[in-house]
Design a protein around this ligand. Structure first.
Ligand SMILES: [Zn+2]
Length: 89
């Protein structure tokens, strides 16, 4: 099974309209997390970061945060990813 990429997860949590590509992504993400706890956990992590941006009122400004996602399950072993989440709207 191919896991969702960070880019896909970020696009999903920051989705603000439902057009063709967004619906396709939403369908892919929803279908995958239904059977993959690992990607569901990563999605929750990104959702938390995004909610925090919204709560702080940085929507409308360019926000940037460092995220850290730990893969706790899945056959590929523990994995630490670091990067940045940028919201440009
Ligand atoms: Zn997955």
């Amino acid at each position: 099974m191919e896991h969702l990429t960070n880019d896909e997860l970020i696009a999903f949590v920051s989705m603000d309209r439902l057009d063709g590509p967004s619906l396709k992504l939403a369908s892919k993400v929803n279908g995958h997390i239904g059977s993959c706890g690992s990607c569901l956990e990563r999605l929750k992590a990104f959702q938390l970061i995004y909610d925090e941006f919204t709560r702080l009122g940085t929507a409308g400004a360019r926000g940037r945060a460092v995220y850290r996602v730990v893969e706790r399950s899945g056959g590929d072993g523990a994995e630490l990813e670091q990067g940045s989440l940028e919201l440009d709207k």
